[in-house]
Design a protein around this ligand. Structure first.
Ligand SMILES: C[S@@+](CC[C@H](N)C(=O)[O-])C[C@H]1O[C@@H](n2cnc3c(N)ncnc32)[C@H](O)[C@@H]1O
Length: 389
């Protein structure tokens, strides 16, 4: 019989509803929890989730959960787990413990006891991983209110690192956040999309990949390769099932930035992603972007999806308000067939575009609170009409 695992997909806070929609599309029955979603699934679903999820940053396997009040009890109970089938003898392992409101309060001691338990289960001590070894098996132990949860990370590097965004321009957007903005924007594959502040090209490249049905995780190392659960044949099977349809239309994707270095970075990233031919990159100020400068040259319908300068990491200052006003004015010029979806650090500043916007989701990243602002009437997948910022 196929083994079923308790799984948890982690995401940036605020992205949980979008992540749940993605999981449902994969056939899972997720439950949203703070910072992600829990779901049950076999190894095939775990592999598929790691390959296909665009808004997740990790997928972990919940190995065990039990009440526990003492270090001896932790070691004894953890030693009963099937470590020899979960871990690989040739791969170093790292245990990370967090303790909150529990009788076991010393995370270092909990880590040591878990290592002892794993050594008993494996019949010998696992090789200890260097602190930042990206190929190590990571075992996470959370002890909260005297309840222990032990998890194994199925992914080595975080899922939002797709493998193509090696050039970063000045203020790169995380790929999972770009993916979430696309999902919330109402944009659909085959429709026109414009990012006139494209930087390293993250939004347009992510859109091209969605349009071409290219799985977000296709360029990453396979999940679970570092674990005892690894199954090469199954992974190849999952990859074959995810082969894109050759007929999908990826036209009408345009991205521009006034910074020549950013455009060079974006082109390099698009090439690595295999979608360079699908995106028209141009080095120009927003005012000179061909569709915005000459609306007659633009497709009649489309979505402007962008991460404009916030004036935080990229210099903005006094001119920012007029930049946003000018963006709104030019977008208006494209006609009623065009929609807007933009990330905002300062929502009042975002409203300077002069059209009714609502918050589709709000998140925090790098210490900044960020909202995804979309045209008020868009009811795309994921956005919660009740959310307001
Ligand atoms: C927040 S960054 C965009 C980051 C991008 N989403 C990425 O993933 O790399 C904003 C970008 O807007 C560009 N920019 C600022 N003012 C501009 C203007 N007036 N016209 C065109 N681009 C501009 C900057 O060069 C910068 O690359």
């Amino acid at each position: 019989m196929t083994e079923t695992f308790a799984l948890f997909a982690a995401c940036l806070p605020g992205l949980e509803p979008l992540l749940c929609d993605e999981l449902k599309d994969l056939g899972a029955a997720p439950t949203a929890v703070a910072g992600g979603a829990t779901f049950q699934g076999d190894l095939r679903l775990l592999f598929t989730a790691c390959l296909q999820l665009g808004t997740a940053s990790h997928v972990v396997i919940r190995v065990a959960g039990f009440p526990c009040r003492a270090l001896g009890e932790l070691e004894r109970k953890a030693a009963l787990l099937p470590w020899s089938s979960l871990l690989r003898a040739d791969v170093p392992a790292r245990v990370r413990a967090v303790c909150k409101r529990s009788r076991i309060w010393h995370s270092g001691a909990a880590e040591e006891r878990l290592e002892n338990a794993i050594a008993k289960g494996l019949g010998r001590a696992p090789r200890r991983a260097e602190a930042e070894d990206p190929d190590a098996a990571v075992i996470a132990v959370r002890i909260v209110d005297d309840h222990v949860t032990i998890s194994l990370d199925a992914t080595t590097t975080p899922l939002h690192r797709r493998g193509w965004r090696l050039a970063t321009a000045k203020a790169p957007l995380r790929e999972d956040l770009a993916h979430a903005l696309l999902l919330a924007s109402g944009w659909q594959p085959g429709q026109a999309l414009l990012d006139p502040f494209c930087g390293a090209g993250t939004i347009a490249i992510e859109a091209a990949c969605v349009a071409a049905d290219l799985a977000p995780g296709r360029l990453r190392p396979p999940p679970c390769r570092h674990l005892g659960l690894w199954n090469e044949r199954l992974w190849q099977d999952v990859l074959t099932a995810a082969r894109p349809e050759p007929t999908i239309d990826v036209s009408h994707l345009a991205a521009s930035d006034r910074d020549a270095g950013a455009i060079e970075d974006a082109r390099g990233n698009a090439e690595r992603a295999g979608v360079a031919a699908a995106i028209e990159f141009r080095c120009c100020a927003v005012s000179a972007q061909p569709w915005l400068a000459t609306p007659a040259a633009a497709p009649p319908n489309g979505t402007l999806v962008t991460n404009p300068p916030f004036g935080v990491r990229v210099a903005g200052g006094e001119q920012l308000a007029s930049l946003y006003q000018s963006l709104g004015h030019r977008l208006q010029g494209l006609g009623a067939g065009w929609r807007l979806a933009m990330l905002a650090y300062d929502v009042r500043m975002a409203r300077r575009v002069g059209r009714p916007l609502r918050s589709a989701f709000a998140t925090r990243i790098g210490g900044l609170g960020i909202a995804a602002m979309i045209d008020a009437e868009v009811t795309a997948k994921g956005p919660d009409p009740a959310a307001s910022v």
